[in-house]
Design a protein around this ligand. Structure first.
Ligand code: KDO
Length: 335
């Protein structure tokens, strides 16, 4: 009798355990792996927003797998990897897209975007439709949402006493690291400097050894990457209100149900907004932090920079690629 009871109890436990593991297994196997690669750090606000806002909102059906600091895919190779089916998502840039489609350089042009709100208005305006369609149809990449990277500033090793920068002429001969694509190099030249192409992951060492004189990035990046440890001044040129796009494989997107797509779109927009607000708050607070670290932070002759930079783009190969009327439409969306 006892044996029978124990046998039944054992059997019940085994079946229950089996059911649990099947349930557990089936719920995990229902999740689709989504690999996201970025050259940004794990502590960068865009990465944090993707992990803390995007991932939980899609956790019912997505197994989110982020990789940072360009470890899996070097900066600038992510879009090609997505296009080839080797990656599902990246935090992409207009400058990288301009390597495939030159017209994207309009969103990487100095002094065009005015602020974070302007970026959102532009991304959601019908003027973006042809740009989004091109990336989907020709690259297999869907642009889900626009992220705020921040206002890019010139950041130099030299002290202000050694080199005071008030106009682009003061940057002549300065070896300024810029990211590797043509649009970035053009911006570096438009600022008046001598640009050097270099991946983000190499910048700290290059500044510490003097291989370059400086770099440009928003203040949150200068702090997150600790560039203030190896530089002495920041010139508040605000030469580019910079952005990134949450870019996803179109094939991956098309395989989702319409409900899953709606959830993922909502999650991407929520993550972009969360990261945007944190970056804006950081930009407000970090000038004093950087001055406490001994950095000299000052505003140059902004009108001299704005007029010089914009003059370089007029008649440039980049401006030739811009669709008729788009610059005017972007400007009309500003304040
Ligand atoms: C950089 O390499 O300076 C840059 O700011 C370029 C951006 O488009 C973006 O790739 C960014 O690096 C990385 O996300 C690291 O912050």
């Amino acid at each position: 009798m006892l044996n029978n009871l124990m046998r039944k109890a054992m059997l019940t436990m085994v079946v229950a355990a089996g059911a649990f593991s099947i349930t557990a297994t089936s719920s995990w196997s229902d999740k689709i792996e989504l690999r996201m690669a970025t050259s940004g750090s794990e502590t960068d606000q865009r990465s944090v927003a993707m992990l803390e806002v995007f991932a939980p909102m899609v956790a019912d059906f997505i197994d989110y797998k982020p990789s940072y600091n360009g470890t899996i895919f070097a900066q600038g190779t992510e879009l090609d990897a997505i296009s080839r089916g080797n990656l599902e998502m990246s935090i992409a840039s207009a400058q990288e897209l301009a390597q495939f489609f030159p017209e994207f350089s309009i969103f990487a042009t100095g002094y065009v975007h005015q602020d974070a709100a302007h970026q959102v208005a532009v991304f959601n305006d019908p003027l973006m439709d042809s740009f989004k369609a091109t990336t989907e149809n020709e690259l297999g990449v869907k642009l889900l949402s626009v992220m705020y990277l921040g206002r890019r500033q010139v950041n130099l090793r030299q002290s202000k006493e050694e080199l005071t920068v008030m106009t682009p002429a003061d940057l002549e001969g300065v070896n300024l690291r810029m990211p590797g694509t043509d649009a970035w190099q053009f911006l570096g030249s438009a600022l008046g400097a001598a640009p050097t192409p270099m991946a983000f992951s190499e910048v700290y060492t290059a500044l510490s050894t003097g291989a370059v004189d400086g770099q440009d990035n928003p203040l949150p990046t200068v702090v997150d990457a600790k560039f203030y440890e190896v530089t002495n001044q920041i010139i508040l040129t605000s030469h580019l209100v910079d952005l990134n796009y949450i870019a996803i494989s179109k094939e991956f997107w098309d395989n989702l149900t319409s409900e899953q797509q709606a959830t993922m779109q909502e999650a991407a927009d929520a993550a972009a907004e969360s990261g945007r607000q944190k970056q804006l708050k950081l930009e407000e607070d970090l000038v004093s932090f950087l001055e406490e670290q001994g950095m000299e932070v000052y505003e140059p002759d902004l009108e001299a920079f704005r007029s010089h930079v914009q003059a370089q783009y007029v008649g440039s190969e980049f401006a030739e690629s811009w669709p008729e009327g788009v610059l005017e439409a972007i400007n009309a969306l500003g304040n």
